[in-house]
Design a protein around this ligand. Sequence first.
Ligand SMILES: [Zn+2]
Length: 257
Amino acid sequence: MKIELLPSTIEGGKVVNKQHLSCFVVDDEVAIDAGSLSFACSKEQKENIRDVILTHAHIDHIAGLPLFIDDLFSDLETPVRVHAAEEVIELLREHIFNWNIYPDFAELENEFGPVLEYRAFDPGLEFEVGGIRVKAIPVNHKVPSYGFVISRAGVTIALTGDTAEMVEFWAEIDEIKDLAALFVECAFPNRLRDLAEVSHHLTPGALGRELKLFTRPDCPVYAINLKPAYKEITEKEICELGFENLSVLEVGTPYEF
Ligand SMILES: [Zn+2]
């Protein structure tokens, strides 16, 4: 399985290894979140991706979705399928695809048919998306949010999305003995602990406590969703935790598992 965090931060006209937005692409064909989907995916990915799975509806996770559908509008022979929890779909319908912020693509068709289809998933029940098996697990964010366990051809990875401290997710993934990789958020540095608490995110200190609930020292753990304004200090504090299997995910680098 190949997974890549698409670039989303540009400084001085150049793409840099920071992360404003969240969009992971699995095997060049399924997107997990759509923050930078419209402008950072490759031509091949743009042609292949018709399934987008959303962790939650915050703008840094969905910003690239409206323009992705817009760009592809006349070419889509099948609709872009947005897989999300029912309450996340309602937020998209009400606040994004409402003709005020952007057109309601679910109402529109091109010459082949619909261009946007919402598919609600049931948390806790496995579902299939383009040959990939996915299970959504509730996490602890300010809005309804889900982490995912993703499997294909005997390889399983897990991704938290945005979250603060949680119990159910750790209990669930700790049972997966052959987990190939874990992607876990760590948004803020330790000095912004209060902001992390109120916005339901993790700091390196909190991440260190959370990882004690994950008893798989042989499984690589990658920190994701570091706020770009504090990336250097957050990364330093993550390194200082001293977990040998923990590192910060490189943006724009495909990882194979
Ligand atoms: Zn969020």
